[in-house]
Design a protein around this ligand. Sequence first.
Ligand code: ATP
Length: 340
Amino acid sequence: MKYTAVLVPGDGIGPEVATAACEILAAAGAPIEWIQCTAGVAALEAGEKQLLPLATIEAIRKHRVALKGPCTTPVGGGFSSVNVAMRKTLDLYGAVRPVRSLNGVKTRFDDVDIVVVRENTEGLYAGIENEITKGVVTSLKVATHAACMRIADFAFRYAVHRKRKKVSVFHKANIMKLSDGMFIRCAREVHDEKYQAIEYEELIIDAACMRLVQDPTRFDVLLMENLYGDVLSDLCAGLVGGLGVVPGANLGENAAIFEAVHGSAPDIAGKGIANPLAITMSAVMMLNYISETHSDTALAATASRIRAAYDRALVEGCKTRDLGGSLSTKEFTHAVISRL
Ligand code: ATP
């Protein structure tokens, strides 16, 4: 069986790490045929008129699965996030970011195993801002009952499917009584109606952050709205070695985009030192997703071989600089390939 997936290398370190991931998949014999598309600044540089070309969206709609590198988002002005636009356009409402300790990557805690589930389509990330008069700006936080209900159901379904025990909702409903208030009421309702076998708790996000850095092992699945999910994903990444080791999936009813949690890291782009592990882990998630969709156990075995190879590479001390090692992107890629 052969599968087609869309590859969007993105900007900054995106093309370097995406190439590495594709090399590892090819060496493992993963039967993926890539349709290469552009997005972000890379799209403009390739002669496209838009940051998010229609052809890219249509290719993902058609083939339903994509592996994507990060697209650069300018800070404090300029164009809006292409990453966010893609998720919204394709209605990829559920972001899943598994954060687990890796043998060989020494951090304060050895046994972190958390999954951040982030609502991907609304909240302050709606990016609706107005300067109502000079020096006065409003930023609108959007919450809809429908989106709160579906992300809650998504998180509990995920927990059941992955044999997880607990869902913790992080919120600030003491201050944002309407928006976050609705978010927790929906989560509670979905839990009480359909998922009582899963343990459930609600935590105010500031105190939750403190508990997370004091003892991440008490957490399992974390459910939160868009902006909190963005921030907490990086916090959780810091618990297990940083942005170089946390993968992600953006899932909807009709398509899925797999991408690392990290951004385009312009400070190290083009230097050949970026860690390709996060996008490689995302590619492994993609293979598992395809294997589950098509009941393809051979593909699941290929995904496991890749995971075992990078786990072994790390244990044997093969690491890029962000993890305290000295390997280049290419050297680490070859270290993984030689252990397949
Ligand atoms: P965004 O706003 O797009 O989410 P960000 O502000 O989270 O981006 P990143 O680009 O993700 O920023 O990365 C922050 C820093 O972490 C980078 O500047 C880089 O030094 C480091 N970093 C991120 N990803 C990697 C990686 N794959 N390998 C090595 N270092 C990385």
